[in-house]
Design a protein around this ligand. Structure first.
Ligand code: PEP
Ligand code: MN
Length: 358
């Protein structure tokens, strides 16, 4: 073969490479379009039946010189790349992501604008135990000019023999207090079936750490028009946390506050390990407000104040901490709730540090 002939063949190979390139990319664009259709239909998954059909058709039409196994291998790679492309498209476009929405989400809770760049505070008992108990804390919250009150009515307890909360009765107490003191109340809901009822009594639905991946609960919270405070799971990665929020938003509810509450590590000096760097990561990756629960993350009264300062310094939109009129006799988390005097002191100090920041 002459050099000229070789050059011609090589030129033809180059042309075919470019043709393949353009065909592969044309195919990729179609796959992306299919991905978008699937997304609007709410389905988004690998379809092995469809893939098998495509491979069979290709092999039926293969007249060599490549073996069927080689052809199958090459096309499987093309299919895989297409699937990755669909996934990437989807990931890039997470509804909770800053990529999707660059502006901060701001949530209005009775005039308190969560996510507006100012620090916000949620205080209240671990569990609603009685009207008087919650009212005592509400008074102290109100006296500080604060607006947000917490209290658990459904308590997910480690032991089935521990106090499980007052249930609906607890929500009714919270509603009465919210009306009397003009506060916004936050309470954890553990059962999807309770969401519809709960929205009549509370201002924010809390989804607790143990339920961060209770997908039915996330979907139910996504289906109502009520802000949700979503806590990070006990051992959830940031990606899992973000995806849990995505569940709520994908079902129609974008009013979500993320709450870092410590994760389980080998460290036993604190109840959990406060993952403080999660705060700026969540702020960067999502447009949602981020809170830090200093009570459940540290489990230690002596660490509440430094942890709260750290949270605000690193960019948290708010801090949550538990306050009980008489923690020694609290029905849950008695070791870590502040009494009213400690609460006053805590708030005085945190205010000083916030003022120092501005
Ligand atoms: C709570 O805030 O009452 C609570 C139970 O917290 P977590 O879900 O973070 O453990
Ligand atoms: Mn608690």
């Amino acid at each position: 073969m002459s050099n000229k002939e070789l050059d011609q063949l090589r030129q033809r190979v180059d042309e075919l490479n470019l043709e393949l390139l353009s065909l592969i990319n044309e195919r990729a664009r179609l796959v992306q379009e299919i991905g978008r259709v699937k997304e609007t239909q709410g389905v988004f998954r690998y379809d092995p039946v469809r893939e098998r059909k495509m491979l069979d058709l290709i092999k039926e039409n293969n007249d060599g010189p490549f073996e069927n196994s080689t052809i199958e291998h090459i096309f499987k790679e093309i299919f895989k790349a297409g699937l990755e492309l669909q996934k990437d498209d989807h990931r890039k476009a997470l509804l909770v992501s800053r990529k999707k929405k660059p502006d901060n989400t701001v949530i209005d809770l009775k005039g308190e604008k969560i996510g507006d760049g100012n620090p916000h505070f949620v205080f209240g008992p671990c569990a609603v135990e009685s009207y008087e108990q919650v009212a005592t804390v509400a008074e102290s919250v109100k006296a500080k000019g604060l607006k947000l009150l917490r209290g658990g009515a459904y308590k997910p307890r480690t032991s089935p023999y521990d106090f499980q909360g007052l249930g609906l009765e607890g929500l009714k107490i919270l509603k009465r207090i919210a009306d009397e003191y003009d506060l916004a109340v936050i309470s954890e809901i553990t059962n999807p079936a309770d969401i519809e009822t709960a929205v009549q009594y509370i201002d924010v639905i809390q989804i607790g750490a143990r339920n961060m991946q209770n997908f039915d609960l996330l979907k139910a919270a996504g289906a109502v028009n009520k802000p949700v405070l979503l806590k990070r799971g006990l051992a959830a990665t940031i990606e899992e946390f973000i995806n849990a929020a995505e569940y709520i938003m994908a079902h129609g509810n974008g009013q979500i506050i993320l709450c870092e509450r410590g994760i389980r590590t080998y460290e036993r000096a604190t109840r959990n390990t406060l993952d403080i760097s999660a705060v700026p990561i969540l702020k960067q990756e999502t447009h949602l407000p981020v809170f830090v629960d200093v009570t459940h993350s540290t489990g230690r009264r002596d660490l509440l104040l430094p942890a709260a300062k750290a949270a605000l310094a690193i960019g948290a939109d708010g801090v949550m901490a538990e306050v009980h009129p008489d923690p020694a006799v609290a029905l849950s988390d008695s070791a870590q709730q502040m009494d009213l005097k400690q609460f006053d002191e805590f708030y005085r100090e945190i205010k000083k540090s916030v003022l120092a920041r501005v």
